[in-house]
Design a binder for this molecule. Sequence first.
Ligand code: ADP
Length: 488
Amino acid sequence: MGAKGITRRRLRPYSGRSGTRRRRGRWSGDFIPAETRRTLPIVLPVAGAGTFAAVAAIHSLVVDWPGGSTIAGVAGLLVAAILSEAFPLPIEGVNAGATSLAIVFIVATAAIYGWPEAAVVGLITMVPVEVERKKPPIRAIFNTGLYVCAATVAGLAAAHWRGGGLWAIVVAGFLGSAAFYGVDMFLLSAVIARLRSQNFFVTLRRYVMTTVLPFLVIASLTVTLVVLWDRSPFVSLVVVGPLITIALYERWLHRALERLREFDRLKDEFIAVISHELRTPLTSVYGAALTLQNRDVHGKTRESLLAIVSDEAARLARLLDDVLSASRLDAKTERFEIIPTDAAEIARAAVEAVQPQLPSHLELDVVIEPKLPPVAADADKLRQILVNLRENAIKYSPDGGRIEIALSHHDSVVRFAVRDEGIGIAEDELAQIFDRFHRVDPNMTRGVGGTGLGLYISRELVEGMRGRMWVTSTEGEGSTFSFELPVA
Ligand code: ADP
């Protein structure tokens, strides 16, 4: 049920990432972001109606102060509502977001005690949760106003049936739920439609379609709670067990489905990246082989064609190694043979191996602190990491510059830093570059090939040897990939 209830998507007028950020004059009309201004015709009336309802509810309660048992009952429902609101449930198929079971308790308050109690419970449920979530004020105001309005309408809808026989109580619970849901859907659709400049009825239909089933479940839970409460508030505690079980099960199910979706996405990415990366060397090998087969080629041409075949075959083998390595790391079957290792020797070898083929516009140096202690590492894995980082530094320095591999000793760790003066990485990409298959936009990496596995493998290997890895970079100026391994 709701903008709040059934869905948790609600109002996002301050989602700061979108669009260009303009400088706003302090007192200019631009002071309020355009997105927020668009929603004001909905937010302001909701806030006004919510305030009016809350004041009227408090006034009514003060004038007609409820007895001790009512206060105790409302307090119990309030605590349950706050807890449910603080831990919303992701519901499969509800594309609008997560669902809060708080409505069960707010509507139950409406059906059992009346609209003033329900409005106050709605208000007190929302305020601490919204404050704790540090929602932008406009969203917090809208969500709170919405809850108070929906709770009030639920209380008024149930008023006629409250306190009657069994069927009257059932009707009160159901009407209260339906009224809350109706207000929630209506106002949520109105604000989202304005925010996205969509048709209100299309938005409303979409939200209702995806939330009607959870609404029926919530309405049934509410009716059950109200009926049990009528017998005895203590008996109604029996619904706590099923509610917690539903909540835990739903969360578990949601996490499992999220994992499956992630696997599915990775599979698609894997196929796209691997087929792209296979095609280039295969085309070269095929072309070279055909030329060697069909034409009488000798001397230098023959040598260069054979070099293409062997280089590209080696590239294919590396690609396969990366895929297998990533798969072993994923499955946690990679084995590490950690022994005291001379890191300086491995770093020097990694630099010397590539010096003869290094493009003339690149300079590659190794700087090793004197008396570097041995590290606790698997020598092959350490070599693999340094080669990965060295290859990236070369690949992503198309205009040349200096690359440095520096090793230094800090307390109980040895730090490795691979610095380059290449294209660098944009700040908003830094968090993702260690993800599997993640590659910065190919235009930004100037069309350099790659699978997006190298950094993932490197970081996993470092962590497998009880170390940590990170990057600092400035776009256009260069990057430093660093990692630390424990001293042996
Ligand atoms: P690959 O290089 O095969 O694409 P990696 O996992 O090694 O995969 O790197 C992931 C991405 O991180 C690269 O696509 C590139 O955009 C970026 N990157 C890695 N190293 C550097 C570097 N030294 N300079 C700039 N960008 C880098």
